[in-house]
Unconditional design. Structure first.
Length: 483
């Protein structure tokens, strides 16, 4: 069993992180890349130890966990590649010009530098990929920021062991002491977030918890950035043409997507919009009933799912197509509800809230006006999906225009539950999907959350950071506006 971190223990972790900050930031990008690779190697080597621990604490199947651990080490190596490329620094050089339209201009050089120690709150639903050594940790370390990781209570022993492996690998690879620290307990998380030694926070979890932490970060005497991924409904809109051309395919893809991982993915499609008279209800209900009950991650999520599914199924105008619900030993079977756009708009407070678990709602719409009205009812989302066929551009174009205002990723003729680790991925969105609409928590741009710009004016070459020198010893991309 793990115990909550004491006030003295937390102070020691924060002091070590603060002492490591300048040393870690001073490492060359390729040196930090070696640190990330070392952590990835250590986790890969410990897979046969870590996966059984994760399975025991989370109830997730071995195949899912091995795939998630692989994703974790792929992310670490991905950010090592980002560092080796060096473009993330956004090094810009404006040489002096004596005769611009605005007069003489000095030598100006700009790049991104690390913020300092980062507090990462681990997620419950991905015990590897968004936990101790997950995406937030990888991108913060890559940026040159020490990480203080607040472990999730849903997998404490896994967190402790993973943290030991991360710290040991970093030390063996030459990282400064204090580059990574692990703490346990709600009080430790709150106290760390308000400590002046922490310069940014990152969180994946519920809207109430994330908003409370966001408010704490903003209420500090010196506020800090807080990058929270909170809640998302991830609506899916299907056109009449798509129903006619591949209705059975839509049924299979949708049910597989919203029940994946017992509905505990942040990108789970929570609503499916279908044209009136689509004739797919029975097929949808049968497909949902065929999905067996599965264990949820921990009692809090299990109880929250029970309450939300009960509340949504009793809304006036909502029908139950397939009744699942919760069972013994944290199990839950998928539930499928159905309604129409008028009911959805009338009961937005009840129906346009995330149900974390295997529940989704089919919403029937009549014509383009109702479809667009439904799209306009949403708050911020991580994703929004459209299924359509050639020749339906006049219907789809205005729909996409509205969805772009409300989602960070637009998906066409696919399903949103896969989040690729790539340059072009954006995993974010307007509030309440995230607290920082400009940023992503997946993909190479995630490193930007933990960097800030600094300009150097008239600085001698020997005092400039290496990335901004004319001889460019780091061989990083430089944008030189005036040669």
């Amino acid at each position: 069993m793990t115990t909550d971190t004491t006030a003295g223990g937390l102070d020691a972790v924060l002091a070590a992180a603060a002492a490591a900050a300048q040393l870690l930031a001073a490492l060359r990008p390729r040196e930090r890349a070696a640190l990330l690779t070392a952590v990835a190697d250590a986790l890969d080597a410990a897979a046969d130890e870590l996966v059984p621990l994760a399975r025991e604490e989370s109830g997730l199947p071995e195949g899912r966990l091995r795939g998630e651990l692989l994703r974790t080490t792929v992310q670490l190596r991905f950010f090592a590649g980002v560092l080796e490329d060096g473009g993330y620094l956004h090094a810009v050089i404006d040489r002096p010009q004596p005769d611009t339209p605005l007069g003489s201009r000095p030598d100006l050089r700009r790049m991104l530098v690390p913020l300092g120690p980062v507090l990462v709150f681990a997620a419950s639903n991905f015990p590897f990929a968004f936990s101790v050594a997950g995406a937030d940790t990888a991108s913060a370390l890559a940026a040159g920021c020490p990480v203080v990781l607040k472990a999730h209570p849903g997998h404490p022993r896994l967190s402790l062991r993973t943290g030991e492996l991360v710290a040991r690998a970093l030390h063996a690879a030459g990282a400064p002491e204090g580059s990574f620290g692990l703490v346990f307990g709600l009080d430790a998380g709150r106290d760390a977030l308000t400590d002046p030694r922490i310069k940014a926070g990152a969180f994946t979890g519920s809207v109430p918890a994330g908003r409370a932490l966001f408010d704490l970060a903003g209420a500090r005497p010196v506020p800090i950035p807080f990058y929270g991924e909170l809640g998302s409904l991830n609506p899916v809109f299907v056109t009449p043409g798509a129903v006619a051309a591949r209705g059975a395919e839509v049924v299979d893809g949708y049910v597989a997507s919203f029940t994946l991982g017992t509905g505990q993915f942040c990108t789970k499609p929570g609503l499916l919009f279908l044209p009136q008279q689509h004739s797919l209800e029975e097929a949808l209900a049968q497909a949902v009933r065929a999905v067996p009950a599965a264990r949820m991650l921990h009692p809090g999520i299990h109880e929250g799912y029970r309450k939300r599914s009960s509340a949504m199924s009793t809304v006036d105008g909502v029908r139950t197509l397939a009744k699942g619900g919760t069972g013994e030993e944290l199990t839950a079977a998928p539930t499928l509800l159905a309604t129409d756009v008028r009911t959805l708009l009338r009961h937005q407070d009840a129906l346009l809230q995330e149900a974390f678990g295997p529940l989704s709602v089919v919403v029937n719409y009549e014509g383009q006006d109702e479809l667009l009205a439904a799209a306009e009812a949403f708050e911020g989302n991580l994703t929004a999906t459209v299924h359509a066929e050639p020749g339906e551009t006049d219907l789809v174009r205005p729909l996409l225009a509205r969805l772009r205002e409300r989602a960070g990723r637009l998906v066409f003729n696919a399903w949103p539950t896969g989040v690729a680790v790539t340059e072009a991925m954006h995993h974010g969105g307007p509030y309440p999907a995230t607290t920082a609409v400009l940023h992503t928590s997946v993909g190479s741009a995630a490193i930007g959350r933990f960097l800030r710009p600094v300009s150097y004016q008239g600085m001698p070459q020997d005092l400039l950071p290496e990335a901004l020198r004319d001889d460019n010893p780091l061989v990083v991309p430089q944008r030189v506006n005036h040669a």
